[in-house]
Design a protein around this ligand. Structure first.
Ligand SMILES: [Zn+2]
Length: 368
């Protein structure tokens, strides 16, 4: 499957027409070229190949292109799951979320996403007494809110690896520099662990977010004129929870850390995205993806991963589907999705097609 919607553009900052589909120097430029038209195009091409070659199949192969992934899943995957589940009910899914990671034009590893964190937009509301700005008040809500935000910025929820993230760091260590490999293999070390985690927190933002439920204060609102003490102030936290996080206990821990009765912690109102176990590393499809990787990218390895961001895969895993995130080339560790001059390597899309096609035939093709 692939999603056909894209995010907007800052048109004046592009060097080409972002919606022109410009091909230049071996790349296809355009908004959505890497997120998620590579998956959308590969899905279409595989469907056409199976049809034209009349490939005998043991399983149905279903193609799904959907909208709304970037912000309005209610008209996309949520709608499909709710209204048309019978059309897409399946054991396995292949979608966005991974990538074929290259360094100096060589494929180092193929990342396959098996799970993702759960977004929980959380609000802090500080309440005090309004009054004249010429007479400072101890219960000024802006002061209380600022202190609460500062405490949460320092707070690190407990670290916890799962099957996927443990395998991720172990396998990543085998293709990393000795310095990085040391960090990846000592995260859970009883003695060095805390120091290693602190190092990741400062220098490897994505790896750090993989270790724990994360909290990022991203909006702060309070006050309206300089001589008025406002009655309340509000902050919005982007909380990305581990799938197995006990959210009741998590919010209790935030209240303990803030330790201020004038600051209310408000969890998100709607239930949000479904939770699920990570997709398995021993399923027929994961094994097929590993075999396809060995064939198409010999010398590289397959690394399962947990996304810090969110995809439509959460809704499928919530229905019990073993869903795997893949993608075309990620060159020198740099994803261009949502950025200016978003582009994909044409060679990369071709190799990506070969890789997914091989896995699809492996799992769904007739065995005799
Ligand atoms: Zn996407």
């Amino acid at each position: 499957m692939g999603h056909t919607d894209v995010v907007g553009v800052e048109r004046e900052k592009w060097t080409v027409d972002p919606f022109g589909g410009v091909i230049k120097d071996g790349y296809l430029y355009g908004r959505g070229s890497g997120d998620d038209k590579d998956n959308a195009a590969v899905t279409l091409q595989i469907l056409l190949m199976l049809h034209r070659q009349k490939t005998p199949l043991d399983r149905d192969v279903i193609a799904l292109w959907e909208s709304g992934e970037e912000a309005t899943t209610s008209v996309g995957i949520e709608y499909m799951v709710r209204e048309h589940w019978d059309k897409i009910d399946s054991e396995f899914a292949i979608l966005e979320g991974g990538g074929i990671v290259t360094e100096k034009e060589k494929v180092v590893y193929v990342g396959v996403a098996t799970t993702e964190k759960v977004p929980n937009t959380t609000t802090l509301i500080a309440r005090g007494t309004s009054g004249h700005g010429s007479m400072p008040r101890p219960d000024n809500p802006i002061v209380h809110l600022a202190a609460a935000v500062a405490k949460l910025a320092e707070y690190q929820p407990p670290m916890r690896l799962n099957e996927t993230t443990r395998a991720y760091f172990q396998r990543l260590a085998t293709v990393s520099s000795p310095e990085d490999a040391f960090l990846y293999t000592h995260i859970e070390d009883p003695v060095l662990g805390p120091m290693v985690q602190e190092q990741l927190r400062k220098t490897m933002l994505s790896q750090n977010s993989n270790l724990r439920t994360s909290i990022s204060p991203n909006i702060i609102k309070g006050g309206f004129r300089s001589n008025v003490i406002p009655g309340d102030a509000e902050a919005t936290l982007d909380v990305r929870a581990l799938q197995d996080e006990d959210m009741t206990e998590f919010y209790a821990s935030l209240r303990r850390v803030i330790n201020d009765p004038s600051v209310e912690v408000v969890p998100p109102k709607n239930p949000g995205r479904p939770k699920s176990a990570p997709s398995r590393l021993d399923s027929d499809l994961f094994r097929a993806l590993e075999r396809a990787q060995a064939k198409i990218f010999p010398g590289a390895i397959t690394i399962p991963s947990m996304l810090n961001g969110a995809t439509d895969g959460a809704y499928l895993r919530g229905k019990g589907v073993q869903a795997y995130g893949v993608g075309s080339y990620v060159e020198n560790g740099e994803s261009l999705a949502h950025g200016n001059d978003e582009r994909v390597s044409l060679e990369g899309v071709g190799k990506f097609l070969e890789f997914v096609y091989d896995a699809v035939i492996d799992v769904a093709g007739a065995k005799n």
